[in-house]
Design a protein around this ligand. Structure first.
Ligand code: T5A
Length: 218
């Protein structure tokens, strides 16, 4: 739990499953209920953390980024983000909606890259200082669905492929299994079937948000 006046919700899942789309929908709906909401993302969410994000996602460095470098950069960005954005917002009683958090590190750097989970746990303890999401939505869909949508959106917007998007399918299968294992382990997870049409995904999301917004008086 965040153990703060605010409420901390994270959105997790593989590439292109609809995290950004649904986080915007959730934020708009919560604001319409009178809640004070910020939307943020990882890696990123502050100017320094966004600079680290650019280094992490840049596809064409002149050298290969080592998995431990990647892990440390993800947590460096998170340290900045937690201390300068997330904790102050929670302390003010704000609802913080975050596009990815440490579950992504466990899924991508742990299950995907094969880095030892005890290294991730050590960094998590150091950086999070006891902070945990109050609730986590896992948007889950077969790889073909999410990657198809991301590719379509990328070509429509003329976006460049990022460093993670160049990985092999087996990497993303491990990432998806990692998220599913986390969801089975932790009661804060709600799994949404992201392969459904958007209106159905959002109806499922609202089923969770309506009682929550009514039950939390801030
Ligand atoms: N990373 C991150 C790590 O390795 N470790 C970490 O600790 C962290 C925090 C960047 C990368 O960083 C890695 C993981 C990532 O590879 P990112 O920017 O969040 O993270 O990466 P993406 O998952 O690639 O983000 P995307 O913006 O591509 O995907 P979203 O947000 O899941 O999808 P969204 O909402 O943009 O939707 C994609 C398209 O699908 C449509 C949308 O309109 C959009 O066009 N769509 C639907 N269409 C039909 N039906 C639905 N149900 C739809 N839902 C969305």
């Amino acid at each position: 739990m965040s153990r703060q006046p605010g409420f901390f919700i994270t959105f997790e899942g593989g590439e292109g499953v609809g995290k950004s789309t649904n986080i915007t929908f959730a934020a708009d709906w919560l604001r319409a209920q009178g809640k004070d909401v910020i939307v943020t993302r990882e890696p990123g969410g502050t100017p320094i953390a966004e600079t680290i994000r650019n280094a992490l996602l840049k596809a064409h460095h002149d050298e290969l980024m080592m998995p431990r470098t990647e892990l440390l950069l993800v947590f460096a960005a998170r340290a900045q983000h937690i201390e300068s954005v997330i904790m102050p917002a929670l302390a003010r009683g704000t609802w913080v909606l975050c596009d990815r958090f440490t579950d992504s590190t466990i899924a991508y750097q742990g299950f995907g890259r094969g880095l030892p989970m005890d290294e991730i746990d050590t960094l998590k303890t150091l950086v999070q200082q006891g902070l945990e999401p109050d609730l986590t939505f896992l948007l889950d869909a077969p790889l073909s669905v999410g990657m198809g949508r991301a590719a379509q959106r990328g070509s429509d917007a003329g976006e460049e492929t990022d460093r993670f998007e160049t990985e092999q399918l087996a990497f993303f299968e491990r990432v998806r299994s990692g998220f599913q294992a986390l969801a089975a382990e932790h009661s804060r997870f709600r799994v949404l079937d992201a392969a459904q049409p958007l209106a159905r995904v959002q109806a499922d999301l609202l089923k969770e948000l309506v009682p929550l917004a009514g039950g939390i008086n801030r």
